[in-house]
Write a protein that binds this ligand. Structure first.
Ligand SMILES: *[C@@H]1O[C@H](CO)[C@@H](O)[C@H](O)[C@H]1NC(C)=O
Ligand SMILES: *[C@@H]1O[C@H](CO)[C@@H](O)[C@H](O)[C@H]1NC(C)=O
Ligand SMILES: *[C@@H]1O[C@H](CO)[C@@H](O)[C@H](O)[C@H]1NC(C)=O
Length: 828
């Protein structure tokens, strides 16, 4: 159809001489494409074209069209691009001439090139970039790049589209040159935090067939503005720390978010508390929000901290949150023990349950860490009890006994129930004071002691000892002799007890022959109040000493008369003449007697039985033997040293009495005896004078001594120990009183009569001193009675007339002096 229309137009132009033909072809026809048939349109045949050497003339223009002379048609010689040839000019035509020679003629030919939509709209730059603040307000306009389309007309640029259209819309404005100004208008605010980069596509379209389009990317970077405040993740943070957390412990990390970026999103944290000392204890790392402990927390001081934490960005926007720090208790405080009241000493008699100490226990920790239990060390008779909260009392839980333990170290250990438990302890020293609850106890249940007779008065026999378990005064033992009597005499006249030392002294000299043993009780008493005491039996056994010589009972030695045993001359060998009978008041060996013949007229005639004292003939009596036989028999005891007595036995060897009498009447006086007597008399006189003077001196000294002694006793409260002077017999140096034998004794039968009796020559008397009875106790052999008149001084005037023999009277005087000395009789 189009081709036909073009041809029609060409035909219309055919009429002019010079000829003018127009054709219309679309651009971009392939080479050789048919453009027009000149033979037909110009009326020229092919011959003419050939003869006329027809050619196309374009001037200096490029030849896009060629002439095919054989066919007489115009063909496309080169690519025809309308946009090259005409650009935006429309319509677009190629003008050339076909020239002929012979004759020369020319024809103008116009080939209009029509546009085809062979160019899409294009944008010069591939992309567009914008940086738009998110704070840009709607309505803001942003100019976009225009697109170009080389085609013209409908094939040219027709419209734009922008996608997506969430935030921006496109606005096109026509311009004077017909082009359009492309603008992008912000319709909805941007939010960088939501979308910080938008990518839009701007599309330019033409209206050609087919429609072509070009696109360009529009990049929008949304610039941040500080439109977001930082926001804490949580409004409240909670953390728990132990009170013993060291400095530097991380407590909690708060975090805030700021959607902004850059400095607008840069946050910093700070603790705001100013009033309390929170800022001394906690710090927050500005950048990270880490809350750290920098001081020491103490549960006992404060259990909860509230930190006001603020976060702010650079733009000045901020948020706040609370950090609640709970401090948990740690068992870091041992219990403290305070002694409220403490007894330093208690009496041992206190009842169980007596409070000795009150304690107050404090533990600063709480709950189990502050619950305290107190115990005592073991093996003390005390117990600890909790009275009310935190108050404890230590009390006795059994009887106390100072004698068992006089001091207690009570260790109170208090521990809390924390894990691990902490404890502390205190040691109380408690003295147990004494109560007199123990009586003195003698070391032995009974005592027995031996003392040899004839002891010195005042001699310490032995010591009793009692112990008292109590203390001090309660244990101070005094010894007291208990009243009793021995043979009717108070025991105190026998012995005394030293109150302090318990030493038992003999008060007198004992005589075994008089008393062999006795017992008494000694009481030990302590100094407590009331005093306690105990007693013990003491038995004193007196031991024999060989102080008594044997005493011959038979034959009786009479003064003047001569007794003789008769031995008939017919007597056989072994005839029992007589028997010497002797006794010894001592005992044992001291009384074991043996008999010996000391002297005899005829030794060959008699013998004495060693054991039995029997005098027997040992040969036949002959007529030659004298009638008067005189035997001296010595009786010895077995003591050490041994003592002896001699007895003279007269034996008459005769068959009849007259014979005997005649012999014995002129019995000569013992010449020996008389010779010795004179010597003894002189000696005795000298001794008596000496004794008298000595005695006097001694008595005076004793008197003075006693007087002084009584003064001392008067001033002291010491128990009075009877004083016994030293033995005067020893002082006198005679020694006779110690071993009295074979001398006459002054006996008083009646003190008022004051007479003296002297025993016979052969009588054997033993003088015994008895200080307690302050008299002289005489024991007289045989029928003689014992005289004992304690309080009557023994008066025995030493008159020579009273005595039969000067010797005997002297001996009596000696005895008396000794006795008086012992009795402390100041008067003679
Ligand atoms: C803060 O600390 C000071 C000394 O560091 C102290 O004297 C004051 O009592 C404390 N205040 C509080 C509320 O703890
Ligand atoms: C009590 O303690 C003191 C001092 O430590 C010590 O001298 C004493 O012997 C102790 N007493 C007892 C009964 O343990
Ligand atoms: C001596 O002690 C015994 C018990 O040992 C007691 O029975 C007696 O009464 C006491 N005698 C005196 C006189 O205290």
């Amino acid at each position: 159809m189009r081709w036909q229309v073009l041809l029609f137009i060409l035909v219309l132009h055919f009429g002019s001489v010079t000829g003018q033909v127009s054709y219309s072809i679309p651009e971009e026809m392939p080479k050789g494409s048919f453009v027009g048939d000149v033979t037909q349109d110009l009326g020229l045949d092919v011959k003419r074209l050939n003869s006329g050497k027809a050619r196309i003339y374009t001037g200096d223009g490029a030849e896009y069209i060629e002439l095919n002379k054989e066919r007489g048609v115009l063909l496309v010689k080169d690519r025809i691009d309308r946009e090259v040839i005409c650009a935006q000019t429309a319509p677009c035509a190629l003008h050339f001439q076909v020239i002929l020679e012979n004759p020369m003629e020319f024809y103008s030919i116009t080939v209009e090139v029509t546009d085809i939509n062979d160019n899409a709209p294009i944008f010069k730059r591939g992309e567009m970039k914008f940086r738009i603040s998110e704070s840009a307000i709607p309505g803001a306009v942003f100019l976009l790049q225009q697109a170009t389309d080389l085609d013209v007309g409908v094939n040219g640029l027709q419209n734009y589209f922008l996608k997506p259209t969430d935030n921006f819309i496109l606005r096109l404005q026509n311009q004077a040159d017909g082009s359009k100004m492309v603008e992008m208008v912000l319709q909805k605010p941007l939010d960088r935090e939501n979308e910080d980069h938008l990518s839009l596509i701007l599309t330019a379209v033409d209206a050609g067939e087919p429609r072509l389009s070009g696109t360009v990317q529009v990049h929008v970077n949304v610039l941040d503005s500080n439109d977001n405040a930082p926001v804490f993740t949580h409004k409240t943070y909670k953390s728990t720390i132990r009170e013993d957390s060291p400095s530097g412990t991380q407590v909690v990390t708060v975090s805030a978010h700021d959607s902004d970026e850059g400095s607008n999103g840069e946050v910093s944290y700070a603790i705001l508390n100013l009033l309390d000392n929170v800022s001394d204890l906690f710090e927050i790392i500005r950048e990270t929000g880490e809350v750290r402990l920098i001081g020491n927390v103490d549960y006992e001081k404060r259990r909860l901290y509230e930190l006001d934490v603020q976060v702010s960005d650079q733009g000045g926007l901020s948020d706040a949150c609370k950090v609640i720090v709970d401090v948990t208790d740690v068992n870091d405080n041992p219990p403290s023990i305070n002694i409220m009241s403490n007894a330093n000493a208690v009496s041992e008699s206190v009842k169980p349950g007596t409070v000795v100490t009150m304690l107050n226990i404090q533990d600063a920790d709480s709950n189990d860490n502050g619950k305290v239990i107190c115990v005592l060390n073991e093996n003390v008779p005390f117990t600890i009890k909790s009275t009310t909260n935190n108050f404890f009392t230590v009390m006795t839980d059994s009887e106390l006994d100072r004698e068992r333990s006089s001091e207690y170290n009570i260790t109170v250990t208090c521990s809390d129930e924390g894990v691990p438990s902490l404890s502390s302890s205190v040691t109380l020293t408690l003295q147990i004071s004494d109560v007199n609850d123990n009586a003195p106890v003698f070391e032995r249940s009974s005592y027995e002691a031996y003392i040899v007779e004839n002891n010195t008065p005042g001699l310490s026999i032995f010591t009793v000892k009692a112990r008292d378990a109590d203390w001090n005064q309660n244990a101070r033992v005094s010894y007291i002799l208990e009243d009793s009597s021995v043979n009717g005499v108070p025991v105190s006249s026998y012995v005394s007890v030293s109150a302090d030392s318990g030493v038992i002294h003999a008060v007198r000299s004992f005589d075994y022959e008089q008393i062999k043993d006795f017992h008494f009780r000694v009481k030990a008493q302590d100094g407590g109040s009331p005093p306690l005491s105990s007693n013990v039996t003491v038995k004193i056994l007196i031991q024999d000493q060989n102080d008594n010589p044997p005493q011959v009972l038979y034959p009786v030695q009479t003064g003047g008369s001569v007794v003789a045993e008769m031995v008939p001359r017919s007597a056989d060998v072994g005839y029992l003449v007589t028997k010497v009978v002797a006794v010894d008041v001592d005992s044992g060996q001291n009384a074991w007697l043996s008999y010996k013949l000391q002297k005899a007229t005829d030794r060959a005639l008699f013998e004495v039985g060693l054991q039995n004292g029997e005098i027997r003939t040992i040969r036949q009596v002959t007529d030659k033997d004298t009638v008067k036989q005189r035997l001296t028999v010595i009786v010895e005891d077995n003591g050490q040293p041994s003592r002896s007595a001699t007895v003279i036995v007269n034996v008459a060897v005769a068959d009849s009495f007259p014979e005997v009498l005649s012999e014995f009447t002129d019995f000569p006086h013992d010449k020996e005896y008389n010779d010795n007597l004179t010597f003894y008399l002189v000696l005795a006189l000298a001794v008596v004078s000496f004794l008298f003077i000595t005695c006097l001196v001694v008595i005076i000294s004793v008197k003075i001594y006693r007087w002084r002694q009584s003064r001392i006793l008067y001033h002291s409260n010491l128990p009075v120990i009877p004083y016994y002077p030293p033995r005067y017999s020893d002082t006198l140096g005679t020694g006779t009183l110690q071993h009295v034998y074979n001398y006459e004794v002054c006996r008083t039968t009646d003190s008022r009569k004051s007479d003296c009796k002297f025993g016979g020559a052969g009588s054997q008397n033993v003088l015994i001193m008895d200080p307690s009875s302050t008299g002289t106790m005489q024991r007289v052999q045989g029928e003689k009675s014992i005289l004992d008149e304690p309080d009557s001084p023994l008066e025995c005037p030493p008159s020579p007339a009273a005595s039969l023999s000067p010797y005997r009277s002297l001996m009596s005087m000696t005895t008396l002096l000794s006795l008086r000395g012992a009795h402390m009789r100041p008067t003679l």
